[in-house]
Design a binder for this molecule. Sequence first.
Ligand code: C2E
Ligand code: MG
Ligand code: MG
Length: 240
Amino acid sequence: LVYQPMIDLLTGEVHGAEALLRWHHPTRGEVRPDEFIPVAERSGLIKEIGQWVLHEAMREAVRWQVGGERYVSVNVSAVQLRDETFVAQVEFALRDTGLDPARVLLEVTETVLVDEIEAATTSLSALRDLGVRIGIDDFGTGYCSLSYLQKFPVDVVKIDREFVDEVDGDVKRSSLARMILQMTSSMGVTSVAEGIERPAQITALQLLGCDVGQGFLLSRPLERDVVRAKFGAAVPVGQP
Ligand code: C2E
Ligand code: MG
Ligand code: MG
């Protein structure tokens, strides 16, 4: 896992980091998650991988607790969300690592919500009852009706890179990002802009009231040890 910092667009403070999976293949080199996650989903292996990711990311975030109020954001696949034991897995990982549930953000992609509205709502509510936060990933790409947002127990909306890319363009091109941000702010939902690459995007997002930013311009995904050092934590007592 590598971790990409999520940064407050007003203060520059680091709020947390998103855990992103990497596969160092012995002969193929680094395989991107976009390539292997769909395969793992089809084979069912995503359940084991996802469980490992959850545990590993939470274990890591326990080390950050010492340095300040930071959360870890974990991507959850549709297959995991559909798994009846998923809520119990999250509960177990929280208990086993001792991480404060308020420091966990679970990212679910928008398409999952659209395709499986009933099942998703039930598991998301159960997860939220554990005290973890729920984020919608890649927002804007999944034809999610805006009214869905009111139905879902959602804390964070991550605006897809496609729309963040246009945010510093003319009025027409930036309209989608603007509309999403108006909606999140009126609903009291935290907004995160994904894939920020240009300074002009930051200025535009600040003007539109976007809360948090993520992207290569702010920071690339970082190795575990770099994040540990950055998040300024001494190793908590009792941790390996
Ligand atoms: P995502 O969750 O939307 O993650 C954001 C992706 O955008 C990451 O790609 C990140 O490295 C990349 N990114 C960040 N900033 C920038 C930028 O400024 N410009 C550009 N061009 N890209 C940027 P990555 O790590 O290759 O992950 C791709 C997708 O794979 C993720 O999209 C997520 O859907 C999935 N994924 C990654 N790790 C996991 C995991 O542990 N479990 C599951 N189920 N899916 C994962
Ligand atoms: Mg994500
Ligand atoms: Mg995304």
